[in-house]
Design a protein around this ligand. Sequence first.
Ligand code: SF4
Ligand code: SF4
Length: 367
Amino acid sequence: MKTLKDFEKDLSKCSKCGQCQIACPIYKLTHNECTVSRGKFMMLHGVTQGELKFSKKINSYLDMCLKCGKCSQYCPAGIDVIEIFNHAKHDYMKNTLSGKIINFLQSRLIFSNIINIGKLLFNPKRNIISDNQSEKKLKLMYFKGCVNQIIPNTDKYLKKIFNNSDIEVLTPDFDCCGLPFLSEGNLERFEQTAKYNIEKLNCNYDYIVTDCASCEDTLLSYNKYFKCNISADKLLNWGDIIASKNIKFKFDKPLKVTFHKPCHLHNDFFFEHIINNCSNIEYIKMDDYDECCGLAGSFTIKNRKLSKELSKNKALNIQKTNADYVITSCPACILGLKQGLKMIKNKKTKVISLLEFLSKAEIENSK
Ligand code: SF4
Ligand code: SF4
């Protein structure tokens, strides 16, 4: 397994140009150099050179990151910022008591059983979207992710949307995508979960589909850590499938909607395509529609003030649209959006997943 030392070359590629400051949602709030990749790289470089001790303070700056990857998109040196942060975190956490406790709590025995208990309590039936799969043509591997395994009704929404459609949906028992482990620097557990999922994907299918942007991004990151054949052209959002099928949705009353693009959603072209196929729906694009909702996994626990500030800014942009619904494609973002709307006491706009929203309509054509 790589260590921070292995990334010395990448750290020295940073030209200190400061482009990452323009992109980083956290730097925009803090104006603190230590919270953006350039500053973090300077600290980590100091650590690899033996000039700085890898302290609790440096670790807290590593935690002050949404893992949104926006800095990497702007970085002219093409540095994979998140991969470096994850390995740095691993180096630090493996020698601390809190790291050992987190590793224990994230062990397969504890973590998987929490998810299994959640499934039994809230979603006991394993639904299959189509009962007659033999004649179906497009074979889809549904990677649900932990939260969607627990949330009841996701299968019900899919069943309604794709009723009579020519798809076959496979739902093997995947493990967590691994993002919670990766973010805590628990690379051993990440490797365990990723290899388990890769093994499950070792079969015949046309596409992997998710309705969780974070799962999508994490599955795509497996290639950086292990040899596997998960590629961007094989991994789709349910929105992509719905858009490609040109399904028509008829809503019984006029509604205004807006869309929040999760940081980890790679492509959102499907959204406007789907909305154009919805009758009675007016789409109002909000300002900064792709800016973070403020949740970002354990970021919201470790950085409450920043998390709330991001959620509030997001909610103010939602409020300006006067929408009845804010639609998104990530269960974690749903919580971040609700956090913000609650803060500004907005009772009008409901937060909803794309699948739940579409399932409220009369489906006119699902071939
Ligand atoms: S990943 Fe996002 S939050 Fe973290 S440093 Fe880069 S831009 Fe900032
Ligand atoms: S954009 Fe890239 S090269 Fe420029 S300062 Fe940030 S990390 Fe360094």
